[in-house]
Design a protein around this ligand. Structure first.
Ligand SMILES: *Cc1c(COP(=O)(O)O)cnc(C)c1O
Length: 360
């Protein structure tokens, strides 16, 4: 067996320990005589799995009791519709457009009501986070929407926008559990787990209880109402059972590592190694304004498309995989999520130094 360092933006690297444990339990989950993939989601064994997963997540993020945790499907993209369907009582919402995912959410919301773009960084290819201290948010907007970490462009909100008292909704797909958060600052925090938590197929929604109502837009399908899933503790229908089981293991792994404070420290160390090199390199350049740099997704370029392609190719041959930038921006992107070991980032930087020497 030989594993590579996988810098994929998602689905992405998972802790090796978690994968090994899942492998050990594959045929017989703790004496049940079956795999978690094969068991009823209504069984006692599975009930313990999903309840423990929720309890551990609550513990990690210090989620207050008046917030619900929902394990859903449909990807983060389905939330682009679910959010307006459930929250747009006045049919108006403010969107901060900082990249393609925010833009997609913004465009989807327009189907359901008046989505207002209150800030954008499109003018400089989303390479920065706009000033959000004093935004023209309509008084009757139902919520303010952000994509907190922009997976494709490598930017991150370091301070949350001033919402003027409006409910904040955040897509945290690519920074979920990467650092401590104050849940009470948000109405909804959600993300697909395939970036920083688990396998594709699970979306976690953390939502303040008062936002879960029957008062949704007319025509909202039963499956797309938060209330349906909240009332049934995420077991209204068959949940992505195996995925939730792996997420639960990752929560336990993070707890063992020291929780979100420790995660942040390690993530800052890893990102620091890469950014420090990018700042001194004569060949490679980071593409993001310094103060807005993400700890999770690090885009960089050489300035030559041919060299970029050559770099990605040679890196792959050296066991450093999935470094090609998003198809919309080109260049390179190293996603260095929680499960990427420090050694992986060190190896990448060593490799970049060698490449620079040969091609600089
Ligand atoms: C990947 C990603 C999405 C889309 O996720 P799907 O689960 O594929 O729908 C949305 N938002 C962000 C920030 C992402 O990184």
């Amino acid at each position: 067996m030989s594993r590579v360092y996988n810098f994929s933006a998602g689905p992405a690297v998972l802790p090796e320990e978690v994968l090994k444990e899942a492998a050990d339990e594959m045929l017989d989950y703790r004496g049940s005589g079956m795999s978690v993939m094969e068991m009823s989601h209504r069984s006692k064994v599975y009930d313990t799995i999903i309840k423990e997963a929720e309890a551990d997540l609550r513990d990690l993020m210090k989620i207050p009791d008046h917030y619900r945790v929902l394990f859903l499907q449909g990807g983060a993209s389905q939330q682009f519709a679910m959010i307006p369907m459930n929250l747009m009582k006045n049919r108006k919402a403010a969107y901060i457009v900082t990249g393609q995912w925010a833009k997609k959410a913004f465009q989807e919301a327009k189907i359901y009501g008046e989505a207002v773009e209150v800030a954008s960084s499109a003018d400089q290819t989303f390479s920065y986070i706009p000033d959000c201290s004093d935004l023209p948010i309509p008084e009757d907007a139902d919520y303010v929407y952000i994509c907190e970490n922009n997976t494709i462009y490598g930017t991150k909100f370091k301070t949350l926008p001033n919402t003027n008292g409006h409910t904040l909704v955040a897509d945290v797909s690519s920074c979920f559990l990467s650092e401590p958060v104050d849940v009470t600052k948000y109405g909804v925090i959600y993300g697909g787990v395939q970036k920083n938590i688990g396998p594709a197929g699970v979306v976690i929604v953390i939502i303040r209880e008062d936002l879960i109502t029957e008062d949704v837009l007319p025509g909202t399908p039963t499956m797309l109402k938060y209330k349906t899933h909240a009332d049934a503790d995420s077991l209204y229908n068959t949940p992505p059972a195996y995925g939730i089981y792996i997420c639960g293991k990752v929560f336990k792994w993070i707890k063992k590592m020291g929780g979100l404070t420790a995660m942040k420290e390690i993530n800052e160390r890893k990102a620091g190694i890469l950014y420090d090199f990018l700042d001194e390199s004569t060949l490679f350049k980071g593409t993001v304004r310094r103060q807005d740099r993400s700890l999770m997704n690090v885009p960089f370029v050489t300035g030559s498309e041919e060299l970029d392609a050559e770099f990605v190719k040679e890196a792959k041959a050296a066991g450093l995989e999935n470094l090609k930038g998003h198809r919309s921006v080109g260049g390179m992107r190293a996603s260095i999520y929680n499960a990427m070991p420090v050694e992986g980032v060190c190896r990448l930087v060593e490799f970049m130094k060698e490449f620079e020497k040969k091609n600089g």
